[in-house]
Design a protein around this ligand. Sequence first.
Ligand SMILES: [Zn+2]
Length: 422
Amino acid sequence: MNSVSRCLTLFLVVLATGCSVNPVTGNKELSLMSAEQEVMQGEKLYDDYQQQQGGKYVVDPELTFYVNGVGQKLARVSDRPDLPYEFVVLNNSVPNAWALPGGKIAINRGLITLLEDEAQLAAVLGHEIVHAAARHSARQMTRATLLNVGLMAAGLAAQSTDYGDWIMAGAGVGANAWQAHYGRDQELEADKFGVQYMVEAGYDPQGAVELQETFVKLSESQQRGFMENLFASHPPSAARVERNRELAAANPGGTRNKNAFQSAIRQLKRDEAAYKSHEQALAAAQKNDFAGALSLTEKAIQQQPKEGLFFVTKGQLKMAQKDDAAALQAFQQASKLNPEYYLGYLGAGLMQKNAGQNSAASQSLKTSMKLLETPIAAYHLGEIALASGDRNAARSYFEFAAQGSGEIAEAAKAQLNKLAQG
Ligand SMILES: [Zn+2]
């Protein structure tokens, strides 16, 4: 398509779905996305974002069941009860929560442990429901779409790390939180309607006041660096506390469900020490103290042997120490504990390939690609395909790997050049 007709098409799309009424506020605004596109977009990104941020928290599946129940209760009284809402708990220590278009919402276990009761949890989820229902993130994507049509090709959002940095991918799990960057007006809107949903679902809106107070307190403490992600997407302020206080005062009373909440997070609380050891291990690894990191990881495993993430870190550390056999074993244990998370398969595939076990490696890498497409898995699948003489398969793997930047992309480009010449 030439640029004129592309522009025209874009223009027509704007005309077709352009002026929509915001379903929460009733205001008219520009949106390139129809409701169907919005749901599809959210669904497409939801799995990738979860994988990139530690995957689902599976040590205690009851917790996700509970959180989803609270979320659905709020969603039913929202302005768009018809969206296919979903609420997951992510295996990530960073206090954060986010929403994608179409009602796809996530909350990190690192935020849940900061809360005291169900009303506070409802405040977080109600706030995120507004971001989704009022198309806040959709509007943001509309801006991105206008800037670079077509750049949202599959996989571009899912670029993992290069081979050299890959050891630290586990540490990245902490740092890599999705930041939505909403505007101040959108934050106030989310607070306001979030409190309204809380009240309609029977919760004490005081929970929203306390939540903001907790955030303000944390933003003033030394924990600040740790909290950066949450504050970047939902900046706390005394003004927001004040506004929530007014909204709560107008609607006093409601349930807190403290006992139900405390019993739902019992396992998380019990494992706090284990996750603390793991975070210390990641900090040690970042300073290249692999021996120290390893002993802290072993400690975390002793404290909670069912946590697959600890075995991923162990595998990465063994890999850094060039102990491929021990690394492979750890990665396989990680996948056994959490079969829906990509990193264990990816690590196992790399170790199997190093050992010359190409068919096992191919299987592991393909499983990791099904969960999250990464340039590094694609590159090594390309090499395996090339070794077996399948030049076409090799080419398409290298083409995918070449889309990124850095070591892996350069290596993939070199392979493509060789293929073009031969
Ligand atoms: Zn927000």
